[in-house]
Design a protein around this ligand. Structure first.
Ligand SMILES: NC(=O)C1=CN([C@@H]2O[C@H](COP(=O)(O)OP(=O)(O)OC[C@H]3O[C@@H](n4cnc5c(N)ncnc54)[C@H](O)[C@@H]3O)[C@@H](O)[C@H]2O)C=CC1
Ligand SMILES: O=C(O)C(=O)[C@H](O)COP(=O)(O)O
Length: 336
């Protein structure tokens, strides 16, 4: 069996060498129709666009993405072509929670937001959003939740986006990127959304850049419709809007999910899916580095920011925005 694998997926090589006869490691954007044509499986990240153009005429039967998001896979084409695919639900939700925890503490320390008096709006309440809900509750915040697909399934406790826009001091986006249909999230935060905000909130986006219209958020920052923004994801990565990077409170290179723990979960889950599909025994171990014991005695807020302070990633990105992809590819994975 021949497998082509993104060369930035950590902890995978030893396990995969025991599962496949031939494994080729390549940068995610270097997968071409010629390279994939005689592969049985692709193991990818968000950087490989799996569509007709890449896959037509190939013998690929399985695609595993070591990510939760799967907007880079044309699932309709895969269905037509009989190609199975799999993602890793929940793999990196703990890492994004860690990112949000540090961001909320920094908003309190540096922007004067009293978290215990603030209302937090969470748009998209899945694996990540649910963890942010519990984090916000632990921090004493009032929480409003928006998740139309869950509300339409009859689940209780959700409000519409307009209510969040009216009542929240901080709004954070955790939806998938959906380009069309009744739950589309492409440019969910557009000019009319920003106009509808009444409390000059902070906006946080760790979902996908395309969920927020770049022109609209720039205008919202300039016209003070919002107090500031924290962005981990951007339209047109890696060619991000430098004016926006300059104007946000914190801007990072799509690394909210980049903990060693989250990456190891993703590798384990993608290999389990691979083994299920090819009916192979899943007899592999993924070994993580040990946690840093020296942090264990500190006060929780101090420990949170010692373990992860997003200003570091923001400073690196601002210093060399052209290295967006390199900063991600060679990221020193943090522990949760
Ligand atoms: N920056 C990063 O490193 C990371 C980014 N992500 C992004 O965050 C997204 C969310 O991650 P998870 O919570 O793990 O995914 P998930 O699939 O568990 O949750 C997504 C939630 O969004 C809801 N949703 C769908 N359409 C919606 C709409 N129109 N409005 C409001 N809610 C809607 C769904 O019902 C679901 O509850 C991922 O799809 C991915 O794009 C996830 C992990 C890391
Ligand atoms: O899981 C997702 O979805 C993400 O956005 C990841 O954190 C980004 O993953 P990579 O494609 O950079 O591995």
């Amino acid at each position: 069996m021949k497998v082509i694998v993104d060369n930035k997926i950590p902890y995978i090589r030893e396990a995969l060498s025991r599962l496949a006869d031939e494994v080729i490691y390549l940068p995610g954007h270097d997968f071409t129709p010629d390279i994939v044509k005689d592969a049985d499986a692709l193991i990818i990240r968000t950087r490989t666009h799996c569509n007709r153009q890449l896959l037509e005429g190939s013998q690929v039967r399985f695609i595993g993405t070591a990510t939760i998001g799967f907007d880079h896979i044309d699932t309709e084409y895969c269905r037509e072509a009989g190609i199975a695919w799999s993602n890793c639900p929940g793999c990196n939700a703990g890492a994004v929670e860690q990112y949000l925890h540090s961001v909320l503490l920094l908003l309190q320390q540096e922007k004067g937001i009293r978290l215990d008096q603030a209302c937090l709006g969470i748009v998209g309440v899945g694996h990540v959003g649910s963890r942010i809900q519990h984090l916000g509750e632990r921090l004493g915040m009032r929480i409003l939740l928006n998740d139309p697909p869950r509300a339409d399934r009859g689940e209780k406790g959700f409000a519409d986006l307009h209510t969040l826009a009216q009542e929240c001091d901080i709004l954070t986006f955790h939806t998938p990127l959906i380009r069309e249909g009744s739950y589309a999230t492409y440019h969910l935060a557009d000019e009319s959304f920003f106009k509808s905000l009444t409390r000059r909130p902070f906006i946080i986006n760790t979902s996908r850049g395309e969920v927020i219209d770049t022109g609209a958020i720039l205008h919202a920052l300039d016209s003070k419709q919002i107090a500031g923004a924290v962005l981990d994801v951007w339209e047109h990565e890696p060619n991000i809007n430098l004016e926006l990077l300059d104007k946000v409170f914190i801007g990072t290179p799509h690394i909210a999910g980049y903990s060693a723990d989250g990456k190891a979960n993703a590798t384990r889950m993608v290999l389990e899916a691979f083994c299920r599909f090819f009916q192979l025994p899943a007899d592999f171990q993924i070994t993580l580095p040990v946690p840093d014991q020296s942090l264990f005695d500190a006060d929780e807020d101090i420990r949170t920011l010692q373990q992860y302070n997003p200003h570091r990633d923001c400073d690196s990105l601002r210093a060399q925005p052209a290295l967006f992809e390199h900063l991600r590819g060679d990221y020193p994975l943090r522990r949760e």
